[in-house]
Design a protein around this ligand. Structure first.
Ligand code: Q9C
Ligand code: ZN
Length: 606
């Protein structure tokens, strides 16, 4: 446990106990959450080792796991022994190995493995150790995407036992967290079936072991491998004590393992509704921002609310930039950030277990970034996140389903939005913000608020014709919203109306697409004596600026709004009439429209 995780009160006790006038009455028992209680006598020396106990990171790696290999000599298989030696090597090169606590792997027992798998499956895998070449090929081919040699069963037991031992060490407090550099992978292995390069489901077996033999109650399994962990989902689909959350490439069920069960519509059964969370990307090509967005909107709120005793990550690195199978673009830095975020759960008890990942360089650099964070280093800075439209759509589908089961996903916001927006043809969301326009903090607050309203009250709904009406400092918060949420904005916003009043006319962000769209879809009322008109170059980034009819000078917001409201009304009406007549010609039309209004000053009365 690091100092930053420590209770302020505990720190206080430590400092206080060092006072010179302490008498023997200060001898007492200190109970620290998550750690064994200990009797401590006075004096900081006694407290020190425990209070400032450093975090330790376990590491499982046994070179014998390289024995499992493809029988067809010369024919390359992506699940290659060099995957784990590549990771081990980079950790050595960057001096991580010496900082890690080596946890020896051992073979998982039949009893352990059969907490998840059937005895029939255990026996089938077991037999492969004594098979001849042809039998091995034939047996491997009976499964979906599995190869075997005579060492496969041994390696599978070692990988599984390795993850078990590491999690045990974390639960016992020998180490705080850890990385299991193991193969063959596990998350596709189903109770009755080997598949997808996996023989035994290492993580699922470990989770069952922890509950069965080590008194662990709640476990979060987070699966960031590019593939859906069908085996893990199946093992815990009706288990309310184990949350399985997976972020994966789905492609409408086309991507491996190719089942509809990877969709967000599968969320657990019976008592365990909401305990399976699928975040299914509709396509390849997702980036850091998409993963971080999913983490911040779904994974972390659920992790925090569930409050598990330990987090186990099915840490495949096949979503990494450069992976030939995953074709996503997740950087080592982003893997570091996801690891860092997960350290805030379960008192830091976190184990990463390798699953897939097929570009040796990519997986090595990704694993290194994760291990460094486990060791306590801060992840490198990421640029501000810009999730894609497909990402936001996916995340909001997940939120719609999961918010029924998780309070932290703010169901009330979803419902309010559904009620007030979907069931009516028109809604006005009016945000009034009285503040000093020059105040950076309130500008920042309003920016955040508008992003929140957009993400939580508009995006989930059927609203397709949104009008943004900004006045005063509301204007720059709208250009910020437009820049931050560009793809969805272009899709759903019918028009932007601004009345900057005495405020500087704000600009939208870069990108010719966005700038052209903004110019086409905006109407910015700028009074005659506003400094804007003195600018030499009137770029499209300012939108389509025009003089209000009546040509008044710069005046307070309410007055200009009052002056312009006929024009605003006409502008909205013209666009809407056009859109509706187009949509009414189609069989299914959603005519819902929303006006999102943000301003400082008196309420605008239309
Ligand atoms: N058309 C893991 O990443 N691909 N397994 C087979 C058959 C199998 C991946 C393609 C991919 C399995 C752990
Ligand atoms: Zn995978």
């Amino acid at each position: 446990m690091s100092v930053e995780n420590m209770d302020i009160e505990e720190l206080y006790v430590v400092v206080d106990s060092n006072k010179p006038n302490l008498n023997d009455k200060t001898s007492k028992t200190l109970k620290r959450p998550g750690l064994d209680s200990q009797t401590v006598t006075n004096g900081i020396e006694k407290y020190h080792p425990q209070a400032f106990k450093e975090s330790r990171t376990g590491f499982v790696y046994d070179i014998r796991m390289r024995y499992h290999g493809n029988l067809h000599e010369g024919e390359y298989h992506p699940e290659d022994p060099s995957r784990i030696s590549g990771i081990a090597k980079i950790l050595e090169t960057y001096n991580c190995t010496e900082r890690l606590v080596r946890i020896p792997a051992r073979e998982a027992t039949k009893e352990e493995v059969c907490l998840v798998h059937s005895v029939k499956h255990w026996n089938e895998v077991d037999k492969t150790a004594g098979m001849k070449f042809d039998q091995l090929v034939e047996t491997g081919d009976q499964y979906n995407s599995v190869y075997l040699n005579n060492d496969s069963a041994f390696c599978a037991r070692l990988a599984c036992g390795g993850v078990i031992e590491l999690c045990k060490a974390v639960m016992q407090g020998t180490v705080t967290n850890g990385f299991a550099n193991v193969r063959p992978p596990g998350h596709h292995a189903e109770p009755e079936e080997a598949m997808g390069f996996c023989l035994f489901n290492n993580v699922a077996v470990t989770a069952k072991c922890l509950r069965e033999y080590h008194n662990v109650n709640k476990i979060l399994i987070l699966d960031w491998d590019i593939h859906h962990g069908n085996g893990t989902q199946k093992a815990f689909y009706s288990d309310p004590n184990i949350v399985y959350c997976s972020i994966h490439r789905y492609e409408n069920g086309e991507f491996y393992p190719g089942s509809e069960q990877a969709n967000y519509t599968f969320f657990g059964s019976g008592e365990a509704k909401g305990k399976t969370i699928n975040i299914p990307w509709p396509r390849a090509g997702m980036y850091d921002s998409d993963y971080i967005y999913a983490f911040d909107k779904v994974v972390m709120p659920i992790a925090d609310e569930f409050s598990p005793d330990i987090v186990i990550v099915s840490a495949g690195f096949d979503a990494a930039e450069g992976d030939p199978i995953g074709e996503n673009h997740v950087s080592p830095i982003a893997f570091g950030h996801m690891t860092h975020r997960l350290k805030s759960i379960a008192n830091g008890r976190l184990v990463l277990a390798l699953e897939g990942g097929y570009n040796i360089d990519s997986i090595s650099r990704s694993a290194l970034a994760c291990v460094k964070v486990l060791l306590g280093e801060a992840p490198e800075r990421l640029p501000p996140i810009k999730p894609s439209k497909d990402c936001m759509e996916t995340v909001h589908n997940v939120l719609r389903v999961q918010s029924r089961y998780w309070k932290s996903l703010a169901p009330e916001h979803v419902e309010i939005a559904e009620d007030t927006i979907t069931k009516q043809d028109c809604a006005i969301i009016d945000i009034d913000f009285s503040s000093n326009p020059g105040d950076n903090q309130s500008r920042h607050d309003l920016n955040e608020l508008l992003l929140y309203v957009w993400d939580n009250m508009i995006l989930h709904t059927a609203a397709r014709h949104v009008f943004l009406l900004g006045a005063g400092i509301g204007c720059s918060s709208f250009t910020n919203l437009i820049t931050e949420r560009e793809p969805m904005i272009l899709d759903r916003v019918g028009g932007v109306i601004m009345v900057p009043s005495e405020i500087e006319v704000p600009k939208v962000g870069r990108g010719t697409n966005l700038i052209d769209w903004y110019y086409e879809h905006s109407c910015i009322f700028v009074p005659e004596d506003h400094p804007y008109w003195e600018k030499k170059q009137k770029s499209k980034v300012f939108g389509r600026c025009k003089l209000p009819v009546g040509n008044m000078g710069v005046a307070p917001v309410p007055e200009i709004l009052d002056q312009c409201h006929q024009e605003i009304f006409r502008y909205v009406y013209t666009i809407l009439a056009e859109k509706l007549s187009y949509e009414n010609s189609k069989p299914t039309s959603s005519s819902t429209f929303v006006i999102l209004q943000a301003k400082h000053g008196n309420p605008f009365v239309a």
